[in-house]
Design a protein around this ligand. Structure first.
Ligand SMILES: *Cc1c(COP(=O)(O)O)cnc(C)c1O
Length: 372
């Protein structure tokens, strides 16, 4: 086989197809010189809310800020415990600590890699105030079941949708199950800006106003500081990029799903490889296509030699990171998460990836295991 060169993600392919339109929009913003919270930001908020009937969008400077603002404005604070998955990006737990609350990790489901409702139930205490569910990799996170468990006990549910733009569970969008949800528009996400950006989605008007204020120094209008807050605003350049890209989101997600299907087909006969499971009655949006494999590190090395870049999401589950040593966990406390950190390997899956590239990647994975 001829050696190809396939980066894990190639944002330039998308830029090449849309580049000129961005340049025209940027010129317009420069000439107006309205850089922060300009018309584009408001227009993006309206367009994004348009997908989620009855919901409002509060734009933020990043997905991490969005999570922090939600937790803070829900009143999560000192003495509270918030349950969150042991296997995720650190934003979903660090924002709990930032509110002076305690992140309580829960193990993930063996098949979906999202919070395991049974394990979660065991971690609920008198102090549990909230649960941050993460729709990891684009997979819906047992949202309905977890909301039922939470509501019976008066616990609030917050959704981390950073990897789940248009993911669905039971015909309902991820982001519409809890009290509020946080989205990230980091450049590599399914909907990505040209820098950091994020937003919050909520149907609760009172909470919306509080969050809008909190992210803008406590003010809605000029000098109207009802409370203290932070500076977390989306800028006009990012909003203009997102407004244009939003038109393509469904098409791009469908391309990701088609790529996932092809990977599944090509890898189905390989005993050492487990492809992502898609829960019935859900729509996975494949932000990440992580295969679960034997001899992961050797496979990664082999693919690298063949010009295929892969990434490990995540090399350490959260409780096993130095940042959480204070909680005194051992890998035995989270057996599934601790195995996943050794067995998952993420393959390239951006919309612009070509079929011949997927054949090449799958072919090399097969070759690696045939070789023994
Ligand atoms: C990317 C990501 C975030 C944070 O988003 P930023 O915009 O990078 O701050 C939060 N949670 C998860 C699961 C993510 O993947």
């Amino acid at each position: 086989m001829r050696v190809m060169k396939i980066p894990y993600i190639d944002l330039q392919r998308q830029y090449r197809s849309l580049g000129q339109r961005f340049e025209e929009m940027f010129e317009d913003i420069m000439s107006k010189s309205s850089f922060v919270r300009g018309d584009e930001v408001r227009n993006f908020e309206i367009a994004f809310s348009g997908i989620y009937e009855g919901y409002s969008t509060v734009s933020t400077a990043s997905g991490t800020d969005a999570l922090f603002i939600v937790l803070k404005c829900l009143g999560i604070g000192s003495g509270d415990e918030v349950i969150t998955p042991a296997f995720s990006w650190i934003s979903s737990s660090e924002t709990i600590s930032l509110c002076n609350a305690v992140p309580v990790f829960s193990d993930v489901d063996e098949k979906t890699y999202t919070l395991d409702p049974r394990d979660l139930e065991r971690r609920i205490t008198q102090r549990t105030r909230g649960i941050v569910i993460v729709h990891l990799f684009g997979q819906a996170a047992h949202a309905k079941e977890i909301c039922r468990i939470a509501h019976e006990r008066g616990i609030v549910v917050i959704e981390d949708c950073a990897q789940a733009h248009l993911t669905m569970e039971g015909g309902q969008f991820a982001g519409t199950f809890g009290a509020a949800s946080a989205f990230s528009f980091y450049p590599t996400k399914n909907l990505g800006a040209y820098g950091d950006a994020g937003c919050i989605l909520t149907a609760n008007r009172t909470l919306e106003e509080k969050m809008r204020r909190f992210g803008n120094h406590g003010a809605l209008g000029k000098d109207d500081h009802a409370i203290e807050g932070i500076n977390s605003r989306m800028d006009s350049i990012q909003a203009s990029v997102l407004l244009l890209k939003l038109k393509f989101l469904r098409r791009w997600n469908a391309q990701r799903v088609a790529h996932a299907r092809l990977y599944h087909e090509l890898l189905s006969g390989v005993r050492e490889v487990t492809c992502p499971f898609v829960r019935p009655d859900t729509e996975h949006t494949f932000h990440i296509f992580a295969i679960r494999v034997e001899r992961r590190d050797a496979l990664k090395e082999f693919l690298g030699q063949k010009g295929i870049q892969t990434i490990i999401h995540y090399p350490k589950s959260l409780p096993n990171l130095p940042a959480y040593r204070r909680l005194g966990h051992t890998p035995h406390d989270f057996p599934v998460a601790s195995r996943l950190e050794q067995e998952l390997l993420s393959l390239p899956i951006y919309p612009e990836l070509r079929e011949d590239e997927i054949h090449y990647i799958a072919g090399n994975i097969k070759a690696f295991y045939l070789r023994g």
